[in-house]
Design a binder for this molecule. Structure first.
Ligand code: HEC
Length: 100
């Protein structure tokens, strides 16, 4: 319930920003991006070094790590949610070859 309305208001916000000049030209925010920025970014911004730990080495470990953290935050994500966030993070940081 809360998640849904948060997502909706985020979507509305992104819709607005898309027209603003301050935002660099960018593809639309994906579902994975919204899920991640809504639920996960807080820690990762304050603990920037998390990316250097290299827990993640491939798609399997990336998804396992996402599963771990969504479980940690008790978000109840579906496999689709995990896959969407994996794709988002892969595009951003990991650049593994697409498995599908
Ligand atoms: C409570 C703070 C916190 C939250 C919330 C959190 N993370 Fe993390 N995350 C960390 C820390 C700290 C690490 C560094 C690795 C470690 O110590 O296990 C990490 C590591 C990771 C990694 C592995 C990084 C790498 O390249 O090895 C992934 C992927 C990740 N988090 C995804 C997520 C996702 C997805 C969410 C949201 C569901 C999330 N995290 C929420 C703190 C957090």
């Amino acid at each position: 319930m809360l998640r849904k309305s948060l997502l909706v208001s985020l979507l509305a916000t992104f819709g607005h920003l898309a027209n603003a000049e301050a935002v660099p030209p960018m593809r639309d925010a994906t579902r994975g991006e919204l899920l991640y920025t809504t639920n996960c970014i807080t820690c990762h911004q304050t603990q920037i070094h998390w990316r250097d730990k290299k827990v993640v080495k491939d798609w399997a470990s990336l998804k396992a790590e996402i599963r771990h953290w969504e479980g940690f935050s008790q978000l109840g994500w579906t496999n689709d949610d995990v896959a969407e966030v994996a794709q988002y993070l892969n595009t951003l940081y990991y650049h593994f070859p697409k498995p599908y």
